[in-house]
Ligand binder design. Sequence first.
Ligand code: UDX
Ligand code: UDX
Length: 434
Amino acid sequence: MKLCIIGSGYVGLVSGACFAEVGHEVICVDNNQAKIDMLLKGKIPIYEPGLEELIHKNVAAKRLHFTTSTEEGVDKSDVVFIAVPTPPQPDGSVDLSYIEKVAREIAVVLKAGTYRVIVDKSTVPVRTGEKVAETIRRYNKTGAEFDVVSNPEFLREGCAVSDLMNPDRIVVGGNSEKAVALMQKVYEPFMAPVLVTDINSAELIKHAANSFLALKISYINAVAQICEASGADVEKVAAGIGSDKRIGRNFLNAGIGYGGSCFPKDIAAFIAISDELGVPFTLLKEVEKINEAQRERFLTKIRSALWVLQEKKVAVWGLTFKPDTDDVRSSVAIDVVRALVAEGADVTVYDPKGMEKATEYKLIEGAKLANSALEAAQGAEALIIATEWKDFAAVDLEDLKKVMHTPLIFDGRNLLNPETVRSAGLTYTSIGRA
Ligand code: UDX
Ligand code: UDX
């Protein structure tokens, strides 16, 4: 089929490349000319494992195209996906201005006598689809036919390509049989169950899924605090409860908390929309509180071990919000770096993929950059592991001990094994473990 994706970011670009990979003809639209220019030159503006080769292969096969023109994308496609940002407002509610703008841009280019399915892929609060349809009706003057459906994505960054190529399920929310049938055709090649719902349920599924995953994380982080107080080991507890199929081991990794461009904003949005609907979601407010507290507790551990942070030479491994991505949006690792710098520590950071964006967005002013993990640890009085990149687990502990001034390790992601680290003569503090 002929598909158009408006918004070629982490979600739009991955979706477009995968749709082309399974045989569709895809036009990716973006209003950022520089981004489109990069893509037209074969350069990829984001890092996602497997994405670069997928894009090159499908551009060569003439199934994947890039443009800044919404009109071109809409004219040449049967289905138009909206994948533009839905950032949080200060009060936690969602800024839908990009969605509304794109809805208007689509409305004015829809031609008489054509039919299009307009798909909301961006994460939006429940009842947004109705507003998108209303906006397109209001701004389209050619009487074009269209239907709006919701098709939330469940892609994790760092494994977005594999998540989309092997989805657990596809969710399509729509009230038009014609539109739903077309969507089932779009996803046929993925051979995954397609759950068809009304549009509001589909929108709610996305927020409910993300907030449940964040709930699991805050749950194990709260249990980690009890493990620390009782001398238990949270990794053993996570294994013990996670082996129950009803619970599942995934998303029970204790650490300095969740970040990223989705969980914090989706939880805040779900809380805001629930308040608006008159059904306050107090449980999610607790999930947020636990998440904040986790980061503060970790910083307190560092402070109490170093007594005074002022002028102390501290190395931080990790800037991205999770491994295998270059994304630093709402990264807890960045919050840790900024807190240490603000308290006068002499911070040196290293991240395999995140340093460029962290510097570009001026997120780590005052911190020094190193070219390797070991270089960052050179002369350090403490080392903090803030993102669980595999590269960091591969560092030789003997070398690490040699280069550090004092061998104090604070592992915010329980990446390392306590016994191994201690037997190498390093002092080791982690989360939820003695
Ligand atoms: C975004 C939202 O953050 C997420 O909640 C939603 O589920 C999907 O879209 P992401 O792809 O990570 O996720 O955003 P980003 O990487 O910022 O990409 C958005 C792209 O849209 C950018 O390339 C931006 O240039 C483009 N854009 C934005 C448009 O093309 N038109 C606009 O009006 C606004
Ligand atoms: C999440 C959802 O998983 C995905 O389905 C949705 O489409 C977008 O939001 P993402 O934010 O890309 O994906 O990454 P994820 O792997 O979910 O991690 C989110 C945050 O939770 C990261 O900061 C990660 O460090 C943290 N996390 C994750 C934990 O602290 N513990 C865990 O066990 C898992």
